[in-house]
Design a protein around this ligand. Structure first.
Ligand code: SF4
Length: 351
């Protein structure tokens, strides 16, 4: 039975001897290759619609979601840009710009990429499915890296969980991709065994990936999945990746229910965390707890999840190289966000 209230507690995180050994080895390798700089990566969503909507674990595949979010339901550009501004001000990195398939015409999408990178002040990463050569050329001025959401590289399982998102076109795109960084996102908990990590190793090696994002499955109601992976499984995947690829950038996903695992993600050699609901949780005890867990691992956490800086927000928006009407829309939406940031609500009273 899907249990939305199942939270992990630090005291519940009991690891097997084998995992502890892997994690210790991976942690040592991390410190031999990195300086401890750790950040929060933010995925910026452009829409809640996806024309594919068949991946069995994805919230977009549920009937409830399809009814709620029609083809034309996309986020306003102003709210997307506000997130990019938060990334800049709070020192979050834009993990990637993402959304479902066929959300808006591609030329409009390129304009969105340009505006987001103008607000953020840097080129961005993109995770918007397989892009042909023409599309890649169009986005090149604003995009530094392409992330492929592979979910699982085990071919049989992939066919089952992503029936309309085959591996091959991604494989072909990466085989000829030049001048972009490359990354893949995978999910632990879809049914793989640790031995299946060899498929991922082969993919990283074949395409010389710069980065991997590892999510722990967050079960969605009305999908066949009811539980996320045990910490043992999740941490074994991250630690094994670190051991096999000492210099690879590894971004580990967390969420509200798994936030207690964050210190262990650091021990296992992750460079950064992602998927923590930072705008909803900004300044809460949970957000502060996550920061503490990271710092307790002697990491230099460069992102801010909890302290609202005393800045002239409207002035920051005025400085942006974007159209005035967008600035005005951003300012209107900002009021609600700031109110939330100033009055953080702890939903988990035990923290
Ligand atoms: S393609 Fe992506 S957004 Fe669409 S259903 Fe699959 S996982 Fe979800």
């Amino acid at each position: 039975m899907y249990n939305p209230n199942k939270f992990l507690r630090v005291s519940q995180i009991k690891l097997s001897e084998k995992t502890i050994e892997l994690v210790e080895k991976a942690g040592k390798i991390y410190w031999e290759n990195f300086d401890g700089k750790t950040w929060y990566g933010r995925c910026i969503f452009l829409s809640w619609y996806c024309s594919n909507a068949t991946c069995s674990f994805c919230f977009r595949s549920t009937d409830k979601h399809k009814h709620m979010h029609a083809e034309d339901s996309r986020r306003s550009l102003a709210s997307v840009l506000l997130e990019a501004l938060f990334c800049k001000i709070f020192n979050w990195r834009i993990e990637f710009l993402t959304g479902g398939y066929d959300i808006i015409p591609y030329d409009e999408l390129v304009e969105v990429m340009k505006t987001v990178s103008d607000v953020y002040g840097e080129k961005i990463w993109l995770n918007l499915g397989v892009l042909n050569d023409e599309r890649l050329e169009k986005c090149r001025p604003y995009v530094k890296g392409i992330c492929a959401s592979m979910e699982t590289l085990n071919p049989n399982l992939h066919e089952k969980v992503c029936p309309k998102k085959p591996i091959k076109p991604y494989d072909e795109m990466f085989s000829k991709l030049k001048g972009f960084k490359k990354s893949a996102a995978i999910i632990v908990g879809l049914g793989e065994q640790l031995e299946d990590i060899q498929y991922l190793f082969d993919f990283v090696e074949k395409h010389e990936l710069d980065r991997i994002t590892v999510y722990a499955l967050k079960p969605v109601a009305d999908t066949p999945f009811t539980e996320g992976p045990e910490p043992d499984d999740n941490l074994s995947w991250i630690a094994s990746l670190r051991i096999r690829f000492p210099k690879l950038e590894i971004i580990a996903g967390t969420n509200l229910r798994r936030a207690e695992e964050v210190g262990y993600l650091m021990k296992a050699g992750a460079n950064a965390i992602t998927k923590f609901p930072a705008t909803k949780q900004f300044g809460t005890k949970k957000a502060k707890f996550v920061e503490e867990l990271i710092k307790a691992e002697k990491r230099d956490f460069v992102s801010n999840l909890s302290v609202l800086p005393n800045i002239d927000w409207d002035g920051e928006i005025d400085k942006l190289p974007i159209k005035n009407e967008l600035k005005e829309e951003m300012k209107k939406k900002l009021v609600l966000y700031l109110k939330k940031f100033q009055n953080p609500k702890d939903i988990d009273k035990n923290l």
